[in-house]
Design a protein around this ligand. Sequence first.
Ligand code: CAP
Ligand code: MG
Length: 437
Amino acid sequence: MHEKKVEWYLDFIDLKYKPKKTDLKVLFYFEPAKGITVNDAIGRIASESSTGTWTTLFKLPKRMKNLMAIAYDLKLKGNGGFVKVAYPLGLWEQGNVPQLLSGIAGNIFGMKALKNLRLIDVSLPHEYIKNFKGPNLGISGLRKYFKVYDRPLTGAVPKPKIGFSSEEHAKIGYETWMGGFDCVKDDENLSSTSFNNFYKRVSLLAKMRDKAEKETGEVKDAFINITAETEEMKKRAKTLYNYGFKYAMIDVVVTGTSAVQTLREVLRDYDMAIHAHRAMHASFDRNPKHGITMQFLAKIMRLIGVEQIHSGTAVGKLVSTKKEVKVVAETLREKNVKEDFPHLLDQNWEHIKPAFPVSSGGMHPGLIPEEFKIFGKDFVLLVSGGIHGHPRGTRAGAMAAMQAIEAVKKEIPLEEYAKTHKELKEALQKWGRMKPK
Ligand code: CAP
Ligand code: MG
C-alpha cells in the first residue's frame, strides 16, 4: 500500500526527549501563522534547521534518524510560546561558525508557517566548544596590559563620527588621552576615506599615543577600525601591529563570522585583541518577537574570540533594556552560566576566556553611576559625544568622565564630588542626569 503521508514534520517532535550530553540545544520563541497548529510550527523549526524538507521522500536511509533535530520542552504562551530544539552533534562541522548559523539561524526565519520566530540562545556542548580558542587576552589580559584593575576601561570616538582629516582625528585622540581616557576609538562607519586614510591615521595616532604615554606615564591604545574586504583587513591588522597597537576594531556583523574567525587567528599571531562593534545588530535583535537576540550574538562572538563587544547601556540613546544588557554581560563574562528562562540556556565556557561588555551610545558623566549599577566595574565605557560636547572641549570632557568614575569608586554622589571638581561640575550643568533619546 503506497504511503499516504505527504509531510513528516511531526517526526521531529518528542516533547519528553532528554537531550544527549553531546547535543547542541537552542531556545526559540515562536508564533504559528494563521491556520498552523503549534505542532506544525515546532516540527517545522526542528525539521528545516536539520534534515527535513516539506514532503516525505522516496527513500530515507535509516542513519538519517540520528541527524534529525528534536523539538522538546514546549512552554505555551499566547498563541505560540517557547520551544527547545536539540541538535545531534553530527550535524555540525567542527570550528565552522557560519555553518552553525546557516543551520539554526537560516531558512527557518522565512517559513510561511511561522508568523514570528526568535532565536534566543544556544547551549554548546564540550565536544563543540573544544574546537574554539576564544579571546586572546580576555579581561585579565587586558587589565594587565593597561595596568588598570579597579575601574572600567575608557574610550571615546572623535565626533562628528566621520569627516575629520587624519591630522584632526589624531589631535582629538591626543586630547582624549590627555584627559585621562585609555583608548581612542574609530567610529563604525570610518574605514579609509579620501580625507582620513587608514594608514595615515594609524601613523599619526601612534605618534600622539607615544606623546600622551610619555606625558602621562599611562598605557594608551586605540580601537582603530580595520573593517574592509578580508585580505585588506589582514593588511590593516599587520599595520596596527607594526605601530604597536594592542587592538583592532572590527564591525563584526557587517563583516560576518567567517571574516571574524579569520582575523581572530591573524590577530592572535600578533598577540592582539579585537574590539567588536555590532553595527547592524538592531536589524535583527530589537523586535522581541522575531529575529536573533543580542545575547546570542555576544555568545557567538565570545566563542570566536573577540575581547569586547558593544552590549548596550539601558540608559543611553540606543534601544536595550536593563535585563537584556545584564544578560549580555553574563554571557560575555561568566564561566558557568545557569539557565535563566526565557533569556539564557546553561553554558559551561570551559577554557574560553571572559570578554568585556562595552557600554556606549548617549553616555555622559551624569549617567556613569547608572552604568556601574548595571555592569559593576568589569566593562568598557565609551563616552564620545559626552566628552566632545563638554563646555570646555574634549580634554575637560574626558576629565569630567574620569572624575565621575572616581566619585562612584569613592561612593560620593556626583553633585557632591562636583563641588571640588570643576570639569564634572560643568558637565553636570550642561547635561545633568539626562537620558538621551
Ligand atoms: C556612540 C557611537 C556608538 C554607539 C553604538 C555612535 O557615540 O559611537 O557607535 O554606541 O551603539 O556612533 O553612536 P555616542 P551600541 O557616545 O556619541 O553616542 O553601543 O548600542 O552598539
Ligand atoms: Mg559609533
